[in-house]
Structure formats: structure tokens, C-alpha cells
Design a binder for this molecule. Structure first.
Ligand SMILES: Nc1ncnc2c1ncn2[C@@H]1O[C@H](COP(=O)(O)OP(=O)(O)OP(=O)(O)O)[C@@H](O)[C@H]1O
Length: 226
């Protein structure tokens, strides 16, 4: 059993005319520790696919399984707990809370299902160090550079060591040098994990650093060499 299994996934949006088909027959398997880049033209459904993998959106058809479990079969409360515990997100925008410090932002996901544990806080400390921001721990997002904010967002996404780390254009807003730093960080942290990393990106430099590349073409995924 692969950690992530996607079978015959379909997604369509209703429109006044006929339904807009975004995904059709999408299949994907990813094993423990694997990283996958999702490529494809603008509007091909990459973000939609990532949102479904992250349970932020529901499929119209097909099945997603994470460690053998279909999250869409869970009750609303169980799904919220599943999402908090098993899934980490990094977006193009950092979505840090402006009134919290860098360190508090990293710890935030720990509070989703109860009080933070000592182990969770220690993990937050070590991740902040790992992303090189220990000396910025009390800075608020407005007092950080764009690259530093994205590094905080990566530490936050990993603080619960999620099974699925999902990143949507994580370097999209960054200049080339900063994008390179964030890429190295993501790749380095993923190498220490046994969860799956799925990254939607237009950046070939980032895609080429991951284990596999898949491309959305005609609403389905194909393995891609570049
Ligand atoms: N909530 C929605 N309702 C209707 N249509 C939607 C909705 N969300 C996305 N779409 C449409 O689905 C298609 C796929 O969008 P999506 O954002 O997944 O593409 P993408 O491959 O991530 O694009 P990009 O690379 O430009 O970010 C687009 O045509 C979009 O207009």
C-alpha cells in the first residue's frame, strides 16, 4: 500500500451551461518519503488537485486514500482532526498571522487539537533553527523578509510532522536567489521525513530537485521526464 493513493479522481464545477470538467481519471501513487512535482499549464487543475489532496475541496468522483484511509468518508469533526494532524500546507502566500511572532506562528498548528505538548514545542524550536530563524523568533511577519516568511511557513507546515506536505507554488513570489534557498530547504527537510511531499510548481528548478514529476494533461496525470 502506498502512503498516498489517488484512484480515478474527478472534479467538475457546475456552471450555468454544462459542468466545467477540471480533473478526470487522475491516478497517483506516492510511497513513504517520496516527493512529487505536479506540473501543467495554467488552468489545468493543479491547485484543484492539491486542494483535494489536502481535503480543502471534495472530489466529484474517485477515491483518495492516505495510509489506506479515505478522508472524505470521515465525519466533519474527524476530517478536521485528520487535516490538522496529517496534512501540512505551504502556499504561495505565507498566510502567517500578523499579530503572532515567527515562533508562535510555527507553533500554531499544535493548538488545533488541544494544548501544545512539550514535545511539539521542542519540535517547533528545532524547526525554527532548521530554517535558520532562531534569531528572528520574536519578529512578527511584517518584520521578516519574503523568504524568511516562507521559511516560517515551511516550519509551521512541518511542526506536526504531517504524512502529506502539500506546497502550492512555494517559490512563486520569491526572487531567484531566495527561491533557491527555499527549494534547498524543502528538499533537505523532505529528505529527513518519511511522509510524502507534493509540490505544484511552474519552476523547473524546483521540480527537478524532487523524486518524480507528473504533468496534468487533458485532465489526467502523466509521468513526466522534465
Ligand atoms: N470554485 C471554482 N468554481 C469554478 N471553477 C473553478 C473553481 N476553482 C477553479 N476553477 C477552474 O478550474 C480550472 C483549474 O483551476 P486551478 O486553479 O486548479 O488551475 P491551476 O492549474 O492551478 O492553474 P495556475 O497554474 O494558473 O494556478 C480553472 O479553469 C479554473 O477557472
Amino acid at each position: 500500500m502506498s502512503l498516498l493513493e489517488v484512484d480515478q479522481l474527478g472534479k467538475q464545477y457546475p456552471t450555468p451551461a454544462e459542468p466545467l470538467v477540471v480533473l478526470k481519471d487522475v491516478n497517483l501513487r506516492a510511497d513513504r518519503g517520496q516527493s512529487v512535482a505536479v506540473l501543467g499549464p495554467s488552468g489545468s487543475g493543479k491547485s484543484t488537485l492539491l486542494a483535494i489532496l489536502g481535503t480543502l475541496d471534495e472530489p466529484s468522483s474517485g477515491v483518495v486514500r492516505v495510509e489506506g484511509q479515505d478522508p472524505f468518508q470521515l465525519s466533519e469533526t474527524a476530517l478536521a482532526a485528520f487535516r490538522a494532524d496529517r496534512i501540512g500546507f505551504v502556499f504561495q502566500e505565507h498566510y502567517l498571522l500578523p499579530q503572532l511572532s515567527a515562533f508562535e506562528n510555527v507553533l500554531l498548528p499544535l493548538l488545533a487539537t488541544g494544548p501544545a505538548t512539550a514535545a511539539g514545542i521542542a519540535r517547533g524550536e528545532s524547526l525554527l533553527e532548521r530554517v535558520g530563524l532562531t534569531d528572528r523568533r520574536t519578529h512578527r511577519p511584517a518584520e521578516l523578509s519574503g523568504g524568511e516568511r516562507q521559511r516560517v511557513a515551511i516550519a509551521r507546515a512541518l511542526v506536526r510532522d504531517p504524512l502529506l506536505l502539500l506546497a502550492d507554488e512555494p517559490t512563486g513570489n520569491l526572487d531567484a536567489a531566495t527561491a533557491e534557498t527555499v527549494t534547498e530547504l524543502l528538499v533537505g527537510l523532505q529528505a529527513e521525513r518519511d511522509g510524502v511531499l507534493v509540490v505544484v510548481t511552474h519552476s523547473e528548478a524546483l521540480a527537478n530537485r524532487l523524486d518524480r514529476r507528473v504533468r496534468l494533461i487533458n485532465h489526467a496525470l502523466e509521468e513526466a521526464s522534465v
